[in-house]
Design a protein. Structure first.
Length: 148
């Protein structure tokens, strides 16, 4: 199991940041590891939303099946990972003077053939760096939208 938590400040309100996060299909714009997102039915947001995300990290490609299990407008979005890699993830927004702090936390369980706990420990620094890069890309996205 690996638990990774990263935070970044954004120079926008929680409403403005949430407006980008709430559109799950747009996560491929700023998540470098997310290749494609396909919804399992007509639901696109809120608790119960089910989707698959083709995820690519280096040479590794997986189909990550996710279900939104927590949704509070302008505050938190949580998912349960039900694919080969299992676990939970959350985006938590907290307002502060000058903007919003976003904390991205993932707890992931790797299968035995991906070296289980050892694989999770080895992957953690790579995933942390990738997700920091994703948050920088998200910041560019919401900052550009703010200017429009």
């Amino acid at each position: 199991m690996a638990t990774i938590s990263i935070s970044q400040d954004f120079p926008v309100t929680p409403d403005a940041l949430w407006e980008e996060l709430r559109h799950i299909e747009r996560h491929v714009r700023w998540m470098h590891d997310a290749v494609a997102i396909t919804f399992h039915d007509e639901q696109r947001e809120g608790v119960g939303t089910r989707f698959s995300c083709t995820t690519k990290v280096g040479p590794f490609v997986t189909q990550d099946v996710m279900v939104v299990n927590e949704w509070s407008e302008n505050e938190v979005m949580g998912v349960e990972h039900r694919g080969l890699v299992r676990g939970t993830g959350t985006f938590r927004l907290e307002p502060h003077a000058g903007g919003t702090a976003l904390t991205w936390r993932e707890t992931l369980h790797f299968p035995w053939w991906m070296a289980g706990t050892l694989g999770a420990v080895a992957a953690s620094p790579v995933l942390r760096a990738l997700w920091r890069s994703n948050l920088r890309a998200l910041s560019r996205e919401v900052t550009a939208q703010k200017r429009r």
